[in-house]
Design a binder for this molecule. Structure first.
Ligand code: HEC
Ligand code: HEC
Ligand code: HEC
Ligand code: HEC
Ligand code: HEC
Length: 215
């Protein structure tokens, strides 16, 4: 009897089934990346701001983070500077620069600058800056090299996996308290020696139960 399908057809059929499965896996993988990944989390996306405030310029002038983010060590909220903080310098320098017009207008009209938020976690997540700062977690671990950002962008996804990776292994990320605000920090001895030492000294716990962040 004559063969209806050529012998190779079997292989073709198998190959196309395998191909289809591969395609499905790939497509769902892409969807997962899309919904969970950097894109939807606005990582490295620059937002419109009411004034072109450059961290790159100001941090490299040697101004401490706490000069503007005054409550970062003491409260959940890091704090954003009021117009008066900008004017403490800009009433004397660069007083006529066009780029500072929105800042001057804000002061004249007594209308706060509405900075667009870059980092956030959903309402059902509890976050607190002060404990991280006091336990030796650098701004850089969560916000990246702010000193290289003309306008700040979000450096990390801030997804649950991101938080948990460090909560499980704080020794990999901890630094001496006096280095928390340092950008481009390099440990003076290897992190595998220094990390556990600091974890013991600062009595850092591994906070991984759900209640830590979902209360
Ligand atoms: C001279 C004031 C000033 C200094 C110094 C400063 N910042 Fe800022 N920072 C601002 C202003 C104003 C904003 C809001 C505008 C913006 O997001 O660009 C901001 C926003 C941020 C944001 C984003 C906030 C959000 O919306 O999620 C981060 C993160 C940040 N600063 C980190 C730092 C770190 C880390 C340092 C120190 C290395 C620092 N800043 C130093 C003024 C300052
Ligand atoms: C401690 C002093 C100081 C404070 C506080 C300060 N600035 Fe500045 N700012 C400077 C200096 C100095 C320059 C000039 C920087 C340069 O040319 O390198 C500058 C430059 C600028 C410029 C011109 C563009 C640029 O980045 O070079 C803008 C816009 C500006 N600042 C906005 C702000 C805003 C908004 C705030 C408040 C959130 C602020 N500054 C707070 C010192 C300060
Ligand atoms: C463990 C991670 C982590 C560290 C360390 C950290 N931040 Fe944040 N930061 C966040 C998260 C998460 C948010 C968003 C908070 C929210 O939505 O309530 C945020 C928000 C901010 C904001 C916006 C205002 C606010 O509080 O919501 C500023 C400004 C800021 N951080 C500055 C800093 C500075 C300066 C440091 C270092 C002294 C620092 N952060 C260290 C995770 C961190
Ligand atoms: C790079 C390390 C690191 C990252 C990233 C990190 N944490 Fe933490 N977190 C810590 C350390 C260290 C502590 C302090 C543990 C202790 O109290 O001993 C802590 C403590 C906390 C606490 C306890 C606060 C309290 O008052 O009991 C909360 C809540 C928290 N983190 C939320 C978060 C959330 C939400 C994220 C992600 C957006 C996050 N953390 C990311 C290191 C980190
Ligand atoms: C260190 C902080 C932290 C801990 C501990 C933590 N979560 Fe989360 N969780 C988060 C953050 C941050 C998000 C928000 C992620 C986002 O922006 O979508 C989140 C989101 C979630 C969501 C929403 C879906 C998702 O994955 O985004 C669920 C469900 C959840 N957490 C359950 C849990 C459970 C169950 C535990 C305990 C086993 C737990 N979480 C422990 C930080 C934490």
């Amino acid at each position: 009897m004559a063969q209806v399908f050529h012998r190779a057809a079997n292989t073709v059929a198998r190959a196309s089934i395998a191909g289809l499965i591969l395609l499905l896996v790939l497509a769902s993988g892409l969807l997962w990346v899309f919904f969970r990944g950097a894109y939807t989390q606005s990582v490295e996306v620059i937002k419109d701001q009411p004034a072109q405030f450059s961290h790159k310029h100001h941090v490299n002038l040697g101004i401490d983070c706490r000069y503007c983010h005054t409550t970062v060590e003491t409260s959940a909220f890091a704090g954003l500077p009021p117009t008066e903080t900008c004017m403490s310098c800009h009433s004397q320098i660069w007083t006529h620069a066009d780029m500072l017009e929105p800042v001057r207008a804000s002061l004249a009209e007594n209308r706060p600058l509405q900075w667009t938020r870059v980092n956030w976690v959903p309402d059902y997540v509890y976050f607190n800056h002060s404990i991280h700062i006091n336990k030796g977690i650098g701004c850089e671990s969560c916000h990246g090299r702010v000193d290289r950002m003309p306008l700040v962008w979000r450096a990390k996804t801030l997804l649950m996996e991101f938080c948990l990776e460090c909560h499980r292994n704080p020794e990999k990320h901890i630094r001496p308290r006096e280095e928390v605000f340092t950008m481009g920090y390099q440990p003076k001895q290897s992190q595998s020696t220094l990390g556990p030492k600091l974890v013991a000294e600062y009595q850092v716990r591994k906070l991984t139960d759900c209640y830590t962040c979902h209360r």
